[in-house]
Design a protein around this ligand. Structure first.
Ligand code: PLP
Length: 417
């Protein structure tokens, strides 16, 4: 008798991904050192080796975030798990949040804050631009929010919102400042304490060289006080010394930063089961960044980002957005008239093994996005991408002078050495 649930024969083979150079807006090709770290065997949840690894990871991410915040930990999940944890833990239903939107991820902050039941106020600017501190302060005065939630680098537009002055503005108006720096940290300056941020969340799959699946978060004392006021420890792990906070219970169990802090803190109160393999990966990402030196990593992203931008411009392509505010690690490139954007991406991937990015929303079909981040912020990766792009563009009839892209990139590198 045949097995009605028999799976196809090929499914019994292990998955073997094709070799790719990921030069899109993320995820990127993972640093082999991170892959190695993630192949280490598990230890138990409360094994001293495990708790030591958790404490070390907290210390390493204080370095990454440039902060003395005690509460610097990992939320298990992709970057939006970190966003969701921060917003659902800070915002009680009905409380006001202000979100400056300059791309797709600003809309995501709004969407998540709305699901938290918050009263969401938006200011918007055209994609390709950023806000001035004055525009944001003006909106804060009008709205008087509890939280200002702002993306630093929005890969959807390749723009980097300046944050330096927002902390002082928020302090003046008694507003908590939260930033999603997923796409920018490690490749662009980011200073949690100096810029007076109250909450920051990131992910591994952009400049930090890792895969998606872990969301490092840091919280100021002020943010922790707000969260602890809402703390309600779940039945089953609660003991007699636990006292409920006076605020409303946080509406998510998984993303309850109060309970997550108790798990990462001295009490080691069991919440979820830490995703040990992601912990190993996240620890290695931070170690690699700090061993290189943050300033060196930023300079590396700047150099290779400049080489890529110069290279594509020399291929007779126009760059997207206000270049004064471009992220170091990704460039937006207009798809030239008459060229089929998806056909170019298809050929890049299938003929050359190089992935470049498409775009969302108002930019859909208008620009490609080419990243130089993390492990792929490297000269050979930049040169291979430019040479492949030139060949594909020539095949599609785009007018360009042969060799100009690679030459322009090499010129940037020459100036450097
Ligand atoms: C890429 C990116 C993310 C990714 O979120 P995931 O949940 O990991 O897919 C989040 N925020 C910003 C600003 C990004 O650029």
């Amino acid at each position: 008798m045949s097995d009605p649930f028999a799976v196809a024969e090929h499914l019994l083979q292990p998955f073997s991904p094709p070799p790719r150079l990921l030069m899109g807006p993320g995820p990127i090709t993972v640093d082999p050192r991170v892959l190695r770290a993630m192949s280490a065997q598990l230890v138990g949840q409360y094994d001293p080796a495990m708790t030591e690894c958790m404490n070390d990871t907290m210390a390493l991410y204080r370095g990454v975030f440039q902060t003395n915040n005690q509460w610097t930990l990992l939320v298990d999940g992709t970057s939006r798990a970190g966003i969701e944890a921060v917003l659902v833990s800070l915002l009680e239903p009905g409380e006001k949040v202000l979100v400056p939107i300059f791309g797709r991820f600003g809309h995501l902050l709004c969407e998540i804050a709305e699901r938290c039941g918050a009263e969401v106020h938006r200011i918007e600017t055209e994609w390709g631009q950023v806000f001035s501190p004055e525009q944001i302060e003006q909106a804060i005065k009008q709205v008087q929010p509890k939280v200002l939630a702002v993306v630093q680098g929005d890969t959807s537009t390749t723009m980097l919102q300046p944050l330096e002055e927002l902390g002082a503005i928020c302090q003046r108006h008694g507003v908590l400042l939260y930033s999603d720096a997923t796409a920018s940290i490690g490749g662009n300056p980011f200073k949690t304490d100096e810029w007076q941020l109250d909450a920051v969340s990131v992910g591994l799959q952009k400049c930090l060289c890792g895969p998606s699946g872990s969301a490092p978060v840091t919280l100021s004392e002020q943010a922790v006080a707000v969260i602890n006021k809402r703390k309600h420890i779940e039945a089953g792990i609660r003991a007699s010394h636990h006292v409920d906070g006076s605020g409303q219970r946080i509406r998510s169990n998984y993303f309850d930063l109060g309970m997550i802090m108790d798990y990462w803190g001295e009490e080691r109160l069991n919440h979820h089961t830490e995703a040990t393999t992601m912990l190993y990966g996240a620890r290695e990402c931070a170690r690699i960044l700090l061993a290189e030196g943050i300033d060196n990593a930023i300079a590396r992203h700047q150099l290779h980002g400049n080489a890529m931008a110069a290279g594509v411009a020399a291929l007779n392509l126009k760059l997207f957005g206000d270049q004064r505010h471009k992220m170091t690690n990704v460039v937006g490139v207009y798809i030239p008239p008459g060229i089929e954007g998806e056909a170019v991406r298809h050929s890049m991937l299938h003929d050359f093994g190089v992935e470049i990015g498409t775009s969302f929303g108002p930019l859909h079909g208008k620009i490609w996005r080419i990243g130089t981040m993390g492990y792929n912020a490297r000269k050979d990766a930049v040169m291979q991408t430019l040479v492949a792009l030139e060949a594909v563009l020539l095949k599609h009839g785009h007018g360009l002078s042969a060799g100009a892209g690679a030459a322009a990139a090499l010129e940037v590198y020459q100036g450097e050495s």
